[in-house]
Design a binder for this molecule. Structure first.
Ligand code: ADP
Ligand code: MG
Length: 559
């Protein structure tokens, strides 16, 4: 052919393909879920685009996904009549990976199948998973609305390059032909494929059709729908099995591990919407990348509108995945409109509460699972008190800290745990901050607390001091930085302690004055302290001054 071109995959794609084929060997069958998921997304996109231009349907508005196989040829063919792709779409979608940070991420992979398969799960495998079972893949596609001559044929053996050529294609949408490897021939089987569709794709919104299996040898009948084909979130909770919730999560979240938990709610009345929200088990590799996609999948009256609708969640809950299906918003809604729409605002408030409640429930019901969640997402949740004033108390209840109670770096003490252990007469929640756990734990400021047996929370994450600036109290108990201002131990301090303190101050007045003079420019005041038992001296920050850690952050930022 004259217009056939051979192009190389982007380096990252090559690496991903190589690693995926090796680490997902025992997870082969997920390729079908990924491809059906893409087909379903393509149908969704077409239906959305056709809201404005129903010419895109080209006279065929019955959206469905067709699955065929040929045992003798060892092929599976998946076709959709969705949005399709242009030549440029194909080159960028099936030849590159657009997410930033991919190269660094891929470097972490070790060659250990078990470990890598988890990491790749965090990444999401997508289209390229076809090469787990295929030694060759053909993609035929034409963008909806484009002329038949603008069809595209993409072909690759998954070995570093692909070819692309222009072809004639009457049908819009995408057809993918998988040429099965010799050790994956079992997938060219009607019953096998049916069971996989049922297992993985029962509740996508579109029918998956296959030819009826004949009674005898290969005789096939008419196409029939083999999945349930009703969007999962539209069903009543009582009719949905856990397995179905989990599979649906994998479809929308591009994750291939199970979710940690979910919350499914139909809201009627002033607002009319359904939400299905999930907490993932594992953080995506680009959680701290500001440009990484986040948000919920938005539907209006069951019509897909957009992915990554950010407006429905605050930033500190950006790890949440899920679907919002609103009956109040207009089908014409755009990202710009979402920015300042009062309905969206109300849904966001309610959804935020739901997510926080989902976490509280998890923390109560399965502390171990919550601990896993905290280890993955805790630092993100710590952005909450600053971002979401209204929910500060609720968020604070979800925080976990290291503490002198355990003396270990693991952040597993809740404020409720702390309060339950407070000493008779203690009215404040004490904490110490430092650059790292060991420094915080060995701070001289902790001496008197050790002596008195008072627990102190140990804060050493970068974000901690900043966060504490937004938390004044919890359960009506004030937070107190042990390195700040006068140390008030409340009633834990005995009369005797206080008397001793005053006497010592009097007795050493000469000494403190002399030190003060020597350090004139560097300190505000030198005084006798009740803080120490072993160390001779320590530095204290004024009650209203910037903390030491914060100062460092500001200095680093050039302030
Ligand atoms: P993801 O689905 O997470 O975006 P994939 O690797 O599964 O990643 O797919 C990459 C891209 O290729 C999709 O975002 C989409 O733009 C395009 N694509 C894949 N399959 C189809 C299809 N059947 N129809 C139209 N576009 C597709
Ligand atoms: Mg996909």
């Amino acid at each position: 052919e004259t217009n056939k071109e051979t192009l190389g995959f982007q380096t990252e794609v090559k690496q991903l393909l190589h690693l995926m084929i090796h680490s997902l060997y025992s997870n082969k069958e997920i390729f079908l879920r990924e491809l059906i998921s893409n087909a379903s997304d393509a149908e969704d996109k077409l239906r959305f685009a056709a809201l404005k231009d129903d010419g895109l349907f080209e006279g065929d508005s019955e959206l469905k996904i067709r699955l065929d196989y040929d045992k003798d040829a060892g092929t599976i063919t998946l076709s959709d009549n969705g949005i399709g792709m242009t030549r440029d779409d194909v080159i960028s979608n099936l030849g590159t990976i657009a997410r930033s940070g991919t190269a660094e991420f891929l470097k972490q992979l070790s060659g250990d199948e078990k470990k890598d398969s988890k990491l790749i799960g965090q990444f999401g495998v997508g289209f390229y998973s076809a090469f787990i079972v295929a030694d060759k893949v053909d993609v035929f596609t034409r963008r909806a609305g484009a002329p038949a001559e603008e069809g595209v044929h993409w072909e690759s053996k998954g070995d570093g390059e692909f070819t692309i050529e222009q072809v004639n294609r009457e049908r819009r949408g995408t057809e993918i032909v998988i040429h099965l490897k010799s050790d994956a021939q079992e997938f060219a089987d009607g019953w096998k494929l049916r069971s996989l569709v049922k297992k993985y794709s029962d509740h996508i919104s579109f029918p998956v059709v296959m030819k009826a299996e004949g009674e005898e040898d290969g005789q096939k009948g008419e196409y029939e729908t083999i999945n349930d084909a009703t969007a999962l979130w539209t069903l009543p909770r009582t009719e949905i099995k856990d397995e179905e919730y989990k599979e649906f999560y994998k479809h929308i979240a591009h994750d291939f591990e199970d979710p940690l938990t979910w919350s499914h709610n139909k809201v009627e009345g002033k607002l009319d919407y359904t939400s299905l929200l999930y907490l993932p088990k594992r953080a995506p590799f680009d959680m701290y990348n500001r440009e990484a996609p986040r948000g919920l999948k938005l539907y209006v009256q069951r019509v897909f509108i957009m992915d990554d609708a950010e407006q429905f969640l605050p930033l500190y809950l950006r790890f949440t995945k899920g679907v919002i299906d609103s009956n109040d918003l207009s089908l014409n809604v755009s990202r710009e409109i979402l920015q300042n729409d009062s309905t969206v605002e109300s849904i966001r408030t309610a959804v935020t509460k739901r997510v926080l409640d989902m976490m509280s429930k998890l923390a109560k019901k399965s502390p171990d699972e919550y601990q896993g969640f905290w280890d993955e997402f805790g630092t993100v949740l710590k952005e909450g008190p600053a971002e979401d004033f209204g929910n500060r108390e609720k968020i604070a209840g979800l925080l976990r800290f290291a503490s002198t109670h355990t003396g270990e770096a693991t952040q597993n003490v809740s404020l409720d745990d702390y309060i339950a252990r407070m000493k008779e007469g203690q009215s404040k929640i004490y904490y110490v901050t430092a650059d790292n756990f060991m420094a915080a734990k060995s701070s001289p400021h902790l001496e008197v607390f050790r002596k008195k047996g008072i627990e102190v929370l140990i804060l050493s994450d970068r974000i901690d001091e900043w966060m504490m600036g937004y938390l004044n109290e919890y359960d009506s108990k004030q937070f107190q930085d042990v390195a700040r201002g006068d140390l008030d131990l409340g009633e834990v301090e005995t009369e005797e302690d206080k008397k001793h303190q005053e006497e010592a101050a009097k007795e050493h007045k000469g000494l403190t004055e002399r030190i003060q003079k020597a350090l004139e420019d560097q300190v505000q005041e030198v005084r006798v302290t009740n803080r120490l038992t072993d160390s001779p001296a320590c530095l204290v920050t004024g009650q209203f001054d910037m903390g030491a850690q914060m100062k460092k952050i500001m200095e680093a930022a050039g302030q």
